[in-house]
Design a protein around this ligand. Structure first.
Ligand code: UN1
Length: 493
């Protein structure tokens, strides 16, 4: 694929002429496409286009704006298998997951289309009977959406769709690792006929300029805490800019003493190893009651050993490669660190080098048992790979304490048959997404998606992004022939 930036309804080359490649992480010999390395000039052009388009777009009836999404989703549905294959080739997750990524993106488009004929504000009573009061939403302006590689289709659509349906215009800056998928999104948006400048896509190397540009009004970011924290600092310097950031997790699956172990083990495998452990919602900690510890461990390790790792396009493969060389190095460093920090290794994992694996970034799972320890780095830092700690606990109180002993708070799952215990976890654990008898992954677009503490800014995305990309205004209208005030204010002069 010979990728281009998509600015003002046209596919254009980057102004610098510099380009980068997107390669298949399962076979690094395969170049999937080349893309412009965008510069500050490209950012200026895209922001200008988005600003110019904003006024016309926001004035359009919301229902008319929705119709573009109807067209968009029909095109996506027609090509969903082709897009899924591309997603899998480009980011390395199993084809079943590639399809789920595309389905999740399609769901977001369907969701926003479904909202356009729904109530969209509130009618609120005034103290004064002659006054009518309303909450009405207004778009914020130009939105910069900066997205990661691990959900190259769904996450851009999570951010673009609510923004655009509400009357904002958008510039998407996807991860360089998955530029082909982003290019496809631009192509489908173009075919769907969105007016020029409403959706723009800029490839590689320019996120910083987008965040710092005085005319981007809302920055939506999904990625690491390091980058998200930088964005928050920059945005704080502007009076007319806000940001909503999703920034990873150190998620835990809690297995209580009464757990159904079939559910526990399956939930554990899915939570730890889908997407090779590279979801914000992946679990890298299993907090397990000592009463069921040895049985859980035995069964979990047994299944993990049998797990098929390999070409993600093969329907029977559970786990594909990790995304790139630096991911393999980071995961290996954390595996070593766990050993140094005193872990009891149950399954030693690392880079796979056999004939089958030598062209890709394949890693086998690393599983260990470790007592809770506030000083341990491996129990507190996000690894983003197939690396998982089993932490024994003696009680539900200790499970909650261990769960909350991290700076992150995105996803939490508990396996229990006891509704009272589940309720305690619900109320006392710190998270944005909570699950009972389920894995820590698998969120759906019509639910809020966002974390607390280092995981988020308290402004969840997916469907609830509608609150983030609109300003809620109060609109009060007097129908009397005189002014009557609330709070008993008199009008006598
Ligand atoms: C992410 O990893 O950033 O709940 C998104 C899930 C997916 C979304 C994950 N539906 O795992």
């Amino acid at each position: 694929m010979e990728g281009k930036n998509y600015i003002n309804g046209a596919f254009v080359n980057g102004s610098s002429g510099d380009r980068f490649e997107s390669r298949n992480p399962a076979n690094t010999d395969e170049v999937l496409g080349t893309f412009p390395l965008s510069s500050e000039t490209d950012v200026n052009n895209a922001v200008h286009a988005a600003q110019e388009a904003y006024d016309g777009w926001r004035r359009l009836s919301r229902i008319k704006r929705g119709e573009y999404f109807d067209e968009f989703v029909q095109l996506l549905k027609k090509d969903r298998e082709e897009i899924s294959q591309l997603v899998t080739k480009e980011c390395g997750k199993g084809i079943v997951e590639g399809r789920a990524d595309v389905t999740e993106g399609i769901h977001m488009v369907q969701y926003v289309f479904g909202t356009v004929r729904m109530p969209h504000g509130d009618v609120i009573d005034s103290e004064i009977s002659e006054k009518d009061a309303f909450m009405r939403r207004k778009p914020k302006g130009v939105v910069a959406a900066i997205t990661p590689w691990n959900f190259p289709f769904a996450i851009p659509l999570w951010l673009i769709c609510p923004s655009v349906v509400e009357g904002n215009t958008v510039i998407l800056k996807p991860s360089r690792e998955t530029a082909c998928t982003a290019n496809k999104i631009a192509e489908y948006a173009h075919k769907a006929g969105f007016p020029p400048g409403v959706i723009n896509v800029l490839h590689g190397g320019c996120g910083d300029f987008l965040v710092k540009h005085p005319d981007t009004h809302m920055v939506l970011f999904v990625g690491s805490n390091d980058v998200g924290s930088e964005i928050k600092k920059i945005v704080a310097g502007f009076h007319n800019k806000m940001c909503a950031c999703e920034m990873g997790g150190k998620n835990a699956l809690i297995v209580l003493d009464d757990a159904n172990l079939d559910i526990a083990v399956n939930a554990a495998i899915i939570s730890a190893f889908k997407t090779s452990g590279q979801r914000c919602t992946s679990a890298s900690r299993f907090i397990v009651h000592e009463k069921v510890l040895s049985e859980f461990e035995k069964r979990f390790v047994e299944i993990t050993k049998r797990m098929r790792i390999g070409n993600p396009l093969d329907e029977d493969v559970f786990m594909g490669p990790v995304i790139n060389q630096s991911a393999t190095e980071k995961i290996a460093r954390y595996n070593d660190l766990a050993k140094k920090e005193g872990a009891t290794v149950l399954l030693d994992g690392g880079r796979l080098t056999g004939e089958h694996y030598k062209k890709g970034y394949f890693m086998s799972p690393f599983v260990y048992r470790m007592k809770t320890n506030p000083k341990s780095r491996v129990l507190h830092e996000e690894v983003f790979g197939p690396h998982v700690a089993i932490i024994p606990v003696k009680s539900i109180d200790e499970a909650i304490e261990v769960h909350n002993d991290t700076d992150y708070g995105l996803s939490c799952a508990v396996i229990t048959e006891d509704f009272r215990k589940a309720r305690r976890i619900r109320d006392d654990c710190e998270y944005g997404l909570g699950y009972v008898n389920l894995p820590t992954i698998g969120a759906e677009v019509h639910l809020p998606f966002g974390g607390v503490k280092k995981s988020g800014t308290g402004l969840p995305s997916a469907s609830t992004l509608i609150d983030v990309v609109t300003h809620r205004t109060a609109w009060t209208v007097n129908h009397a022939m005189e002014i009557k005030m609330a709070q008993g204010l008199t009008v006598k002069l």
